[in-house]
Design a protein around this ligand. Structure first.
Ligand code: FES
Ligand SMILES: [Fe+2]
Length: 329
């Protein structure tokens, strides 16, 4: 790809020569990161009904032939696939003597409890009612009964690019915080250039385009000290436990990074535990992207590595927010 000069910046395709700004010349963003503004966006996000849907696991973690269990919102949940690959879910304890239904063989559409072989399937059994489950091709969801008005399907996957022309990678991590802390971190984009200088620079929130429900951000994804990929992205919360960043202009337009916060329960000291599952779904209309799809396994490793580093930092932010709240109360 030839180097072209564009508005004083050297570009090669989507990549531009945008040198990283050293710390001593980086403009402070704390004035823009107004706590009241972040709080208002957070309040708006928390009013959005998740419909009882929780991300239980990346789809690939529910293999055929064996059940897996997870703790979701303090409940044991078992997930398995029927003979046709369909995802099913139910309470994680066997209704007979309470065995944990983890690692059970699946025969046809039913799993068999490992203690005494009771068959538990999509039709349920006495004292054991299955939950609704959904596999969106990237994530496995479970719908738990509770206070939230049930909806037909989770909202976040509807914002995705077509999966057949995308490369998806999922990372998950557990933090000592509540889902709201994970969402609050994402609704503060102003920390990007300061807290993640290895990943972002030249970050500017477009105040004219942003509302309490949508933040529009111009940002450069760093490829190193000298080169970067400038894009325009929006952040929206399709439900109270999810934030979706979507590239709306620039390389990879239509690509999304979905961040899902699933409450797990509490640790031995009573502190909240939250599982953060982040799905990066990279999409591009460029002809070269078809080639990229063929090297998808390699690309996934790279995507996972960046997301993991970002999330270590962002989880520390969320945990700090939770710790401050815990000491204040
Ligand atoms: S505990 Fe499951 S069949 Fe007995
Ligand atoms: Fe961050």
């Amino acid at each position: 790809m030839p180097l072209l000069q564009d508005r004083g910046r050297w570009r090669s395709g989507p990549v531009a020569r945008i040198p990283r700004v050293p710390e001593d010349r980086l403009a402070a963003t704390w004035r823009q990161a107004d706590p009241d503004r972040i709080e208002a966006a957070l309040r708006a996000s928390q009013a959005r009904n998740p419909g009882g849907w929780y991300v239980a696991a990346p789809s690939t973690q529910v293999a055929s032939g064996r059940s897996v269990t997870r703790i979701v919102a303090g409940r044991e949940v078992v997930l398995w696939r029927g003979a046709d690959g369909a995802l099913y879910a139910g309470p994680g304890a066997c209704p007979h003597l309470g065995a944990l239904l983890d690692g059970c063989p699946v025969i046809g559409h039913s799993l068999r409890c490992r203690w005494h072989g009771l068959a538990l399937g999509p039709r349920g059994a006495e004292g054991w009612q299955p939950y609704r489950a959904a596999d969106d091709g990237v994530l496995a969801w479970v719908q738990l009964p509770g206070d939230e008005a049930a909806t037909a399907q989770p909202a976040a996957p509807q914002l995705r690019p077509p999966l057949a022309r995308s490369v998806a990678a999922v990372v998950s991590m557990t933090g000592r915080c509540e889902p709201v802390d994970v969402i609050a971190n994402r609704l503060d984009p102003w920390h990007g250039s300061w807290f993640h200088p290895y990943a972002f620079s030249h970050l500017r929130v477009d105040d004219a385009e942003s509302t309490v429900d949508r933040l529009v951000v111009d940002v450069t994804f760093r490829l190193g000290r000298t080169w970067g990929v400038p894009v325009r992205a929006e952040f929206v919360c399709p439900d109270a436990r999810s934030v979706v960043m979507r590239i709306v202009d620039g390389e990879g337009s239509g690509s999304v990074v979905e961040t899902h916060a699933t409450p797990v329960g509490t640790d031995e000291r009573g502190r909240a535990l939250t599982e953060v599952v982040e799905a990066t779904i990279a999409f591009s209309d460029r002809p070269g992207f078809a080639r990229a799809q063929r090297v998808a396994p390699l690309l996934r490793v790279g995507m996972r590595r960046t997301a993991t580093r970002l999330w270590r930092d962002d989880l520390a932010y969320a945990e700090r927010r939770y710790a401050l709240r815990a000491t204040a109360s």
